[in-house]
Ligand binder design. Structure first.
Ligand code: UDP
Length: 284
């Protein structure tokens, strides 16, 4: 199910027409008519790029609140498993490093990112409430920066932005001085973590991400090397409330799920660069 507020239909091409797959264009914040009985409900609905959620702040708040509740109701009705994909943004601009699940976070509740952060924090709270009140078999993943083929070329996130700039031979746009850090997980690793989490009995949030931490400056240089660009960099203002450091502590995922990322950054970036090189205008 997708309402395509930020998604792209062409990304479904590999599974379209396969047995066992059906697609419904719908908005989970509206009344849902879903025929059949479900074993599992995976809630991945939400804009996730800062540019996208800041362009759609009300829709972002609605999908985490009303949308999550509507999907929890389906799980409750069918006694299905329920997966919530939450976010490292629950930690805001964190004062604890690396971030552990027991840290409650440092979120500006009225800043430009609050529509996403508070939406996901509400989504976690209502997921726990459905578990405690109705016994729904819930799981909560806190996903850290994830990347890979089929990201939207113009969604503003650092991976498609830097790769696009490197492939065009344009300078990279670094926000701030580039000393802020992120830790990037390849999508294949992440999907494996989500699948394992859905089969587990862990009800409290579990961090899923790659603990290899880089400054944005180092990350940009790595992309330029792999894409063969020597176009340099230009510095822009750092956006308000941009988290300064982010790195997941994945001890819990290792212990509870037996999971850790296995795809090295260079391999993941090569696959992602190859995708964007072969799809220069992005998926339509
Ligand atoms: N960033 C940057 N240049 C860009 C896009 C992003 O320097 O063209 C920085 C951004 O300020 C942030 C980091 O890269 O510090 C990751 O940004 P992104 O939007 O991918 O996701 P975030 O982790 O902030 O949610």
């Amino acid at each position: 199910m997708d309402n395509f507020i930020t998604g792209v239909y062409a990304n479904l091409a590999p599974v379209e027409g396969k047995s066992g797959f059906t697609f419904q264009e719908a908005d989970v914040t509206r009344e849902l008519t879903v025929p059949g009985r479900f074993d599992a409900v995976a809630n991945l609905a939400s804009p996730a790029s800062p540019r996208d959620y800041m362009a759609h702040p009300v829709e972002t708040l609605e999908v985490g609140s009303v949308g999550t509740r509507n999907l929890l109701e389906i799980a409750r009705r069918d006694q299905a498993r329920f997966l919530l994909t939450s976010t490292s943004e629950c930690y805001g601009d964190p004062l604890v490093h690396p971030q552990v699940e027991t840290y409650w976070g440092n979120v500006n509740p009225v800043g430009p990112r609050s529509c996403y952060d508070e939406s996901k924090r509400f989504a976690e709270a209502i997921t726990m409430a459905y578990h405690r009140t109705h016994g729904v078999r819930t799981n909560i993943a806190r996903i850290f920066n994830t990347y890979g083929p089929r990201m939207k070329l113009d969604d503003g996130r650092v991976v498609p932005q830097f790769i696009d700039q490197a492939l065009r031979g344009e300078p990279l746009t670094i926000y701030g001085d580039g000393s802020q850090t992120r830790s990037f997980c390849y999508v294949r690793d992440l999907v494996d973590g989500l699948y394992r989490l859905m089969r587990s009995e862990e009800r409290y949030p579990v961090n899923l991400g790659n603990p290899v931490e880089l400054t944005i400056l180092e990350f940009g240089q790595r992309i330029q090397e792999l894409a063969g660009s020597k176009a340099g960099i230009v510095f822009h203002d750092l956006p308000q409330d941009d988290p300064k450091r982010r790195k997941p502590d994945i001890s819990k995922a290792k212990a509870v799920l037996g999971w850790e990322p296995v795809v090295p950054l260079e391999e993941g970036l090569r696959e992602t660069i190859a995708y964007f090189a072969s799809t220069p205008a992005g998926p339509r």
